[in-house]
Write a protein that binds this ligand. Structure first.
Ligand SMILES: NC(=O)c1ccc[n+]([C@@H]2O[C@H](COP(=O)([O-])OP(=O)(O)OC[C@H]3O[C@@H](n4cnc5c(N)ncnc54)[C@H](O)[C@@H]3O)[C@@H](O)[C@H]2O)c1
Length: 435
């Protein structure tokens, strides 16, 4: 089966490589010449564990190729996936569909024989219909269907998520399109992952509703963590007690500096706009968004209070910049909201991250100083802020840190360490929601 991925970013590249692993012939296309040149030299444009090996294996086997050109790949394709970005549109919070529509127009010019065009990007309800209209206008004689197949992979665990998903959601309007998609996903069906088939509108909404629900769960526990601090409760005990109820579940009940990343912030905003456009209310998601912004502001206050009321003139060393571990993705990371605040108030900020520094340099204030060595960064610092729970921050040499730091303030925004242990090492320790 010939598969084309339009867009070779986190989703397009991982999905393309995984479809190739299933045995399909895949061409990943991107407008970014540099990205494609690097991929052709087996240099990954993103950090995702296991991706380099997966790509190399499938390239060597002749099942995976990269190109900047839609032709001849689209002409020969059975399925063309659109996996381009759908960022928040400047000014109004809607999902920006310019890249999706541009891809649709370009695909239309090269269609030859029956082809299924599949929206894999996260797109508002009605987008599959719009893509169909665009292709029909551009190429009235084309033989095609448009389907929706939202992607649920998580960065950092993307390959495992793609190969062993909780579910595959297919939004289709034709039996022919469904047959082709089912055939492509057959290896997943063999491991008994459910393949759910529905109409395109439902498939489009499943993705937004899922992300909004998970974001709400995070905001919920973050709000509870604030209450825990007021009443002397331990948010971990509360989360555990809640999560053991099978109806609630334990996942996504970890307090922290707020959700970030390339999906939750933009998808919650987009869902609110979709609801408004259709005259429906989305108040729970609106509250989740508000709580998330408040949580980031609360983290800044926490750091300030830990420093005795002012960050001016103090040196703060930040461990972790990406929105979560095992990715280099800095999009909407909480660090992007918290660090500029500290810099504005006169702090000197130093930062370390195992994978995110290249991206962080483009997004954080120029005054931030980056370090490759954790202990060199902490040398002379007044405070250490653990922002992202990378594995290498879980077993820090606390004795050595205490020795090299000028101050003893440790603000743990991910609750990686225990209060007793930190006190024993002489730290003044602050966490999120534990008594
Ligand atoms: N990143 C995730 O974890 C994740 C998970 C599930 C769903 N999604 C959704 O998948 C979509 C893609 O996200 P991403 O994180 O992979 O984005 P990304 O920014 O990493 O990649 C998008 C790629 O598309 C390319 N592109 C843009 N216009 C193009 C065009 N006309 N033709 C060819 N290539 C083009 C860009 O150059 C870029 O390389 C978004 O809608 C996102 O919401 C993302």
């Amino acid at each position: 089966m010939n598969v084309v991925m339009i867009g070779s970013g986190y989703v397009g590249l991982v999905s393309g490589a995984c479809f190739a692993e299933f045995g399909a012939d895949v061409i990943c296309i991107d407008v970014d010449q540099d990205k494609i040149d690097r991929l052709n030299r087996n240099i990954m444009p993103i950090y995702e564990p296991g991706l380099e090996d997966l790509v190399a294996r499938n390239v060597t086997a002749g099942r995976l190729r990269f190109s900047t050109s839609y032709a001849p790949a689209v002409r020969e394709a059975d399925l063309v996936f659109i996996a381009v970005g759908t960022p928040t549109r400047r000014g109004d919070g809607h999902a920006d569909l310019v890249y999706v529509y541009d891809a649709a127009r370009q695909i239309a010019q090269h269609l030859d024989g029956y082809t299924v065009i599949v929206d894999k990007s996260t797109v508002p309800v009605g987008t599959a219909r719009q893509v169909e209209r665009i292709i029909r206008e551009e190429n009235p004689s084309a033989d095609f269907d448009v389907a929706s197949n939202p992607e649920f992979l998580r960065e950092g665990a993307a390959i495992a998520d793609f190969l062993r998903p909780d579910r595959v959601v297919l939004g289709v309007e034709s039996a022919r399109a469904e047959r082709l998609l089912r055939e492509l996903y057959r290896p997943i069906n063999l491991i008994e992952a459910p393949i759910m088939v529905t109409n395109r509108e439902s498939a489009e909404l499943v993705k937004y509703a899922s992300n909004a629900f998970l974001a709400t769960k995070i905001s919920f526990i973050n709000e509870i963590s604030t209450l825990c601090e007021q009443v002397g409760a331990d948010v971990h005990a509360v989360a555990k007690g809640m999560g053991l109820d099978g109806r609630i579940g334990r996942k996504f009940l970890h307090p922290g500096p707020g959700y970030g990343g390339s999906c939750f912030p933009k998808d919650t905003m987009a869902l609110i706009r979709i609801a408004q456009e259709h005259g429906a209310s989305c108040r729970i998601v609106e509250a989740a968004v508000e709580v998330n912004a408040a949580q980031k502001a609360r983290m800044v206050k926490k750091i300030r209070e830990a420093l005795g009321g002012s960050e001016a003139g103090r040196t703060i060393a930040v461990l972790g910049l990406t929105f979560k571990p095992e990715t280099d993705d800095m999009r909407d990371a909480p660090s992007l909201a918290i660090i500029p605040n500290l810099v504005d108030k006169g702090a000197t900020v130093r930062a370390h991250d195992p994978q995110g520094i290249t991206e962080a340099k483009k997004l954080l204030p120029q005054k931030v100083v980056y370090f490759e060595d954790i202990y060199a960064m902490l040398d002379g610092a007044d405070a250490c802020v653990l922002m992202t729970e990378w594995n290498e921050y879980r077993g820090l040499d606390l004795g050595r840190i205490r020795e090299v730091m000028a101050g003893n303030v440790f603000v743990d925004l991910r609750n990686v360490y225990e209060r007793d242990m930190m006190s024993r090492h002489g730290f003044s320790y602050t966490d999120v929601g534990r008594c």
